[in-house]
Design a protein around this ligand. Structure first.
Ligand code: CP
Ligand code: NVA
Length: 309
């Protein structure tokens, strides 16, 4: 299959630059249409989506369900206790059964292999709504938000501060497709997956830095980006991580060091007073709520692309 004819949306780097750029352009177009109050564009009329959640969610659940509905379709929420994918029933069976009922599947899971298996056995498109490894829909929404506030992602300096987690992996995979300067500033021992860093660097598309020197990292940033120190599935490590991440809180002093042009972004949910201060989240450079809103618009464009509209 050609790169642009993939069935599923699992990793940003599965797609070429033109496809990702076009999805982002489409997101802006359909956003403008929906914001204008227009409710007659209903390409998903008669279509249904199954949404599998093995983990909690506010943004992913509500933005997918609302977006699919606003474009004419019906979305079905399946929570952690409903189908119990991999426990009550094998993933490959879930994939084939749901493909018989639904036009598209979105799933949030723990092990990345689960989303790969789901996509392999489903005959309908599968969208990755976060795994322990990555979170592509989030970084598509983040790119859209950066385009809206700065004009473009190309050439900007995005400095992620914190754990080298699923969000970082998706930023690295975005950096394999669109050229910008990505810096991950994390404590020693919390660096992102080495193979993913290498994969992104080997494309030669973006400048990529992984550093333990936070103060140096944020200088000249266009965006300072933060996420929780303990992701879903790591909550029992929260106390230990709070110790290990001392000095990596995004506070007003750090934002001053970054400079006047730096926006603050966070995928949310945020733990104020832990990875970021309340003052930064509520501050004049924070764009966390437009960022959250853009989840719906980015995902609408992803679904339109996968369903052939
Ligand atoms: N950012 C994000 O994915 O939020 P939820 O966990 O609430 O879906
Ligand atoms: N890294 C976080 C992102 C939440 C949207 C987690 O996986 O819990």
């Amino acid at each position: 299959k050609a790169k642009t004819e993939l069935k599923d949306f699992l990793h940003i780097s599965d797609f070429d630059t033109d496809t990702i750029t076009n999805i982002l352009l489409r997101a802006a177009e359909v956003k403008a249409l929906l914001k204008s109050g227009e409710r007659t564009y209903l390409p998903f009329k008669g279509k249904t989506m199954a949404m599998i959640f093995a983990k909690p969610s506010m943004r992913t659940r509500v933005s997918f369900e609302t977006g699919f509905f606003l474009l004419g379709g019906h979305a079905i929420y399946l929570g952690p206790d409903d189908i119990q994918m991999g426990k009550r029933e094998e993933t490959r069976d879930v994939a084939r059964v749901l493909s018989g009922y639904n036009d598209i599947i979105m799933a949030r899971v723990f092990a990345h292999q689960d989303i790969l298996d789901l996509a392999k056995y489903a005959t309908v498109p599968v969208i990755n709504g976060l795994t322990d490894y990555n979170h592509p829909c989030q970084i598509m929404a983040d790119a859209l938000t950066i385009i809206e506030h700065i004009g473009q992602l190309e050439g900007t300096k995005v400095v992620y501060v914190g754990d080298g987690n699923n969000i970082v992996h998706s930023w690295l995979l975005m950096a394999s497709v669109i050229p910008f300067h990505f810096v991950c500033a994390c404590p020693k021992g919390f660096e992102p997956d080495e193979k993913t860093v290498e994969k992104a660097r080997s494309t030669g598309i973006s400048k990529i830095e992984i550093t333990n020197d936070l103060k140096e990292a944020v200088r000249g940033a266009d965006v300072v980006y933060s996420d929780v120190w303990a992701s879903m599935g790591q909550k029992e490590e929260a106390a230990y991580r709070q110790q290990a991440f001392q000095g990596f809180q995004v506070d007003e002093t750090l934002m001053d060091l970054a400079g006047k042009k730096a926006f603050f972004m966070h995928c949310l949910p945020a733990e104020r007073g832990v990875e970021v201060t309340d003052g930064v989240v509520e501050g004049p450079k924070s764009i966390v709520f437009p960022q959250a809103e853009n989840r719906m618009h980015a995902q609408n464009a992803i679904m339109l692309y996968l369903l052939g509209f």
